[in-house]
Design a protein. Structure first.
Length: 233
């Protein structure tokens, strides 16, 4: 080996190792986020302030009753949504070939868009909390109703449907690739249906539905962390 060879080997090796290490770190972060996210979501539902009914007045009143509890619940839900939205983008790295890649990629993008947008929507809890504490409750409810009637709001909250659609496509792609079982789709659908039909005054039951329905995200996170351990070994 010449001196020239020695001088060029180290930089080449370093240039290869750095991206590998960076990719491993991102995979660990994504895996950890997906494992934690369902727990954060469930905690947000568990601590969700109880409302006397389903009207805007009932909702705003519940948020203004206990400012600390409202903020704790909103923070749990915000980061639960955000961690899912960011973490799923690493799901495609679990694929070993083209099988299921299109479903996984499209599903991950839609899921990320849906959940990150929902994370941002949690800011309305702080608005409603402040309005309930500084305005008559009827006026605060009218402010909330006006916010929901904004003509272009659907371009933001309308992506909420992508959360379920994208998740199903994502799980179908991973199942087709043999990463997860097809039964994970049933878990997702069952948990989401629970959130839709469980009465608003049973937040603890809603928290259980979240743990069931969002458990596939934790499974994806577990696979990501497992893949990191295997590549290290």
């Amino acid at each position: 080996m010449t001196s020239t060879d020695i001088g060029t080997t180290a930089p080449v090796t370093a240039s290869v190792t750095a991206p590998v290490a960076a990719g491993r770190g991102l995979r660990v972060a994504a895996g950890a986020a997906l494992v934690v996210a369902p727990v954060l979501w469930a905690a947000g539902m568990w601590t969700s302030p109880s409302a006397a009914g389903t009207t805007d007045v009932d909702y705003v009143t519940s948020l203004g009753r206990d400012g600390t509890l409202t903020q704790v619940s909103a923070l749990f839900l915000h980061y639960g949504n955000l961690f899912i939205g960011l973490g799923v983008l690493a799901a495609a790295s679990l694929l070993r070939g083209p099988r299921g890649s299109r479903l996984t990629t499209v599903g991950a993008i839609l899921t990320a868009l849906g959940f990150t947008n929902m994370a941002g929507m949690l800011l309305s809890d702080w608005w409603n909390l402040s309005a309930a504490q500084h305005l008559p409750v009827e006026t605060a409810a009218k402010v909330f109703a006006g916010f929901k009637d904004s003509s272009l709001l659907f371009l933001w909250d309308g992506t909420e449907m992508f959360s379920l659609l994208g998740s199903i496509l994502l799980l179908a792609g991973l199942a087709r690739a043999g990463v997860l079982g097809w039964w994970t789709i049933a878990l997702m659908v069952a948990g989401t249906a629970g959130l839709m039909f469980i009465p608003w005054d049973l937040p603890h039951l809603s928290a259980l539905a979240v743990l069931i329905g969002f458990s596939p995200f934790a499974m994806i996170g577990g696979r990501l962390l497992q893949r990191v351990r295997l590549t290290r070994g």
